[in-house]
Ligand binder design. Structure first.
Ligand code: NAD
Ligand code: GLY
Length: 373
């Protein structure tokens, strides 16, 4: 059942393998690449207990010597001080310029290990072994690596593509159900922005996915990766088209920042953002009402929030509105005082609109979205 997707970038293309039981085959996959025998395996305590021994054994059997590094669980691990500890371990462990840095974990481990791989000795081979749904469908593919700065998320980073991605869908069985649902928001996003057939498949197969049915999981992860791979091939460094991957994220990121990153998981904020932005697109006359309603229904069926939950909401205050608009302005798609959004024009296609007025945002987003979080 293993799916092999090739992300084609001249001279830097790589395979993304997706299927059950792949952590046990990690060493065999790596053996095919021109690498030194010493490898740095980066993980966290939770993931290490579950899959660390399996990954290490597979690497040892393939002839690698493994230095395993644990970073703390949680977003705080994406810091320059964590990176510094990993540089120390890599150096004292004798890693050279062909030694792979292997990320075993979710997006936090992947982003941090990728940042270290991009900078240690000016860049060493990087391998992603994503173990959350979000990491399998989004963060492990496409080469964005980063650590956080006290003033903002992902402020210090690079575009640095992995040499290989090995996504073992069996690992999703141990995920907290909230993490699984959070990853589903990104899966739904791919249907909206690029593939109407996939969106319809999600409408019919959502329960199978939530029940972790193996074939459904492989199909959902593989289709998502294929879509992301095609977008990244077209626009690796986000000069244009790659920004469509940010559908739902402009509002989502602003909500996360407004709530100090403590109220919503990333996928939950993206789900609220997708519904709000879809309703904005509908009000602008570019997205059919029935498509917005289908999206909202699928989000709710996935157990994701379609708005700020009533327990958290109250009338938006003027101060919060100002802060929210400022956060939208700071979004990387924004240009010279106008608001930019990746918006759907129908289920299966999105475009970047760089000229959305504040009046429209006040009228169609702020009227319907509580900011008291
Ligand atoms: P995460 O890495 O914090 O993982 C979520 C939780 O699941 C953690 O507690 C983790 O220990 C646990 N976990 C991981 N795998 C598990 C498994 N198989 N079984 C049980 N528990 C498991 O969070 P995430 O949602 O994977 O990633 C979020 C990060 O990804 C953020 O830092 C975000 O900025 C980043 N991100 C990066 C990109 C990119 O393109 N690079 C894209 C989206 C998000
Ligand atoms: N997660 C959005 C991107 O990779 O561009």
């Amino acid at each position: 059942m293993t799916v092999d997707i090739f992300l084609n970038l001249t001279g830097r293309g790589y395979h993304i393998y997706i299927g059950p039981g792949l952590v046990g085959r990690l060493g065999a996959y790596l053996k095919g690449l021109p690498l030194s025998a010493k490898a740095l395996l980066v993980t966290n305590p939770k993931v290490r207990v579950l899959y660390g021994a399996l990954a290490e054994k597979s690497l040892l059997c393939a002839g690698f010597q493994v230095v395993t590094a644990e970073v703390p669980d949680g977003e705080e691990a994406k810091s320059l001080s964590s990176a510094e500890k990993l540089y120390d371990l890599a150096y004292t462990g004798g890693l050279d310029r062909k030694s792979p840095v292997i990320a075993l974990g979710g997006g936090v481990v992947g982003d941090l290990a990728g940042f270290v791989a991009a900078t240690y000795m000016r860049g060493v081979p990087f391998v992603q072994v994503p173990t959350t749904l979000l990491a399998q469908v989004d963060s492990s593919v496409g080469g964005k690596v980063a650590v956080n700065h006290p003033r903002g998320k992902n402020i210090i980073g690079a575009f640095y593509q992995p040499r290989l991605v090995v996504a073992d869908t069996d690992t999703l069985a141990t995920l907290d159900p909230h993490e699984l649902r959070s990853g589903l928001a990104e899966v739904i996003k791919y249907g909206v922005i690029a593939d109407a057939g996939f969106f319809a498949w999600l409408e019919s197969n959502l329960e199978n996915l939530l029940a972790l049915e193996p074939e459904a999981l492989v199909h959902a992860v593989a289709t998502s990766c294929r879509i992301k791979a095609r977008v990244v091939e077209e626009d690796e460094t986000e000069q244009g088209r790659r920004a469509i991957l940010n559908f739902g994220h402009t509002v989502g990121h602003a909500l996360e920042a407004l709530s100090g990153y403590r109220v919503f998981r990333h996928g939950e904020a993206v789900a609220i953002g997708m519904v709000a932005e879809a309703r904005l697109a509908e009000a602008m006359g570019i997205f059919p009402e029935e498509d917005a309603a289908r999206l909202e229904l699928l989000v709710k069926r996935a157990g994701l929030p379609a708005g700020v939950p009533p327990a958290l909401s109250a009338a938006p205050t003027t101060a919060r509105t100002g802060e929210f608009l400022e956060l939208l302005q700071r979004d990387k798609k924004a240009r010279a005082g106008r608001y930019a959004f990746a918006l759907p024009v129908k289920i299966g296609r999105a475009e970047v609109f760089r000229d959305v007025s504040e009046e429209k945002i006040r009228q169609y987003i702020l009227e319907n979205l509580s900011l008291d979080i």
